[in-house]
Design a protein around this ligand. Structure first.
Ligand SMILES: *[C@@H]1O[C@H](CO)[C@@H](O)[C@H](O)[C@H]1NC(C)=O
Ligand SMILES: *[C@@H]1O[C@H](CO)[C@@H](O)[C@H](O)[C@H]1NC(C)=O
Length: 137
């Protein structure tokens, strides 16, 4: 699944150029990131530090206009093994033309961490979810 997805995304992402990055009002838990040579964009979520080992993530992104899919599924981010970063997940932004999607809402384990106004119409919202239990790994 991941492999197929990455293959597809390479096709979509390989033509990425300079894009507008929306204001990030959730800097404590979210950051935009450029992949390697700037050919792709991702968003990385970091959980608040604490004793949790169960994480249920649910971010919502908004983009101007009527749009198709602009997010990958949420996936576990394993590039960083340091302890306070272990609860990280990420998305790839796909089919991006001139702007990255704006994070308008983020909930973790049912609690709202960030919530800002999205774009007016026409705009397209996508919510993705991911659950992980670090006590099992
Ligand atoms: C990895 O963890 C370190 C220390 O917590 C942090 O400074 C760094 O930004 C992290 N790297 C990524 C790619 O998240
Ligand atoms: C987000 O904020 C708006 C406006 O303040 C509010 O109406 C809405 O209920 C909030 N959503 C959540 C999930 O907290």
């Amino acid at each position: 699944m991941l492999i197929i997805w990455l293959t597809l995304s390479w096709i979509f992402l390989s033509s990425a150029q300079m894009v507008n990055v929306p204001y990030n009002s959730c800097v404590n838990y979210f950051k935009y990131e450029t992949v390697e040579d700037g050919s792709a964009y991702m968003g990385i979520f970091t959980a608040p530090s604490g004793p949790n080992s169960f994480y249920k993530w649910s971010p919502t992104f908004d983009i101007h206009g009527h749009s198709g899919i602009f997010l990958s599924p949420l996936m576990r981010y394993t590039n960083n093994n340091s302890n306070d970063q272990r609860g990280q997940v990420f998305v790839y932004f796909v089919n991006i033309k001139s702007e990255l999607p704006k994070l308008t809402h983020l909930s973790l384990n049912g609690h709202t961490l960030c919530n800002v106004t999205g774009y007016g119409r026409p705009s397209t919202k996508i919510t993705v979810q991911y659950q992980m239990d670090l006590s099992e790994s």
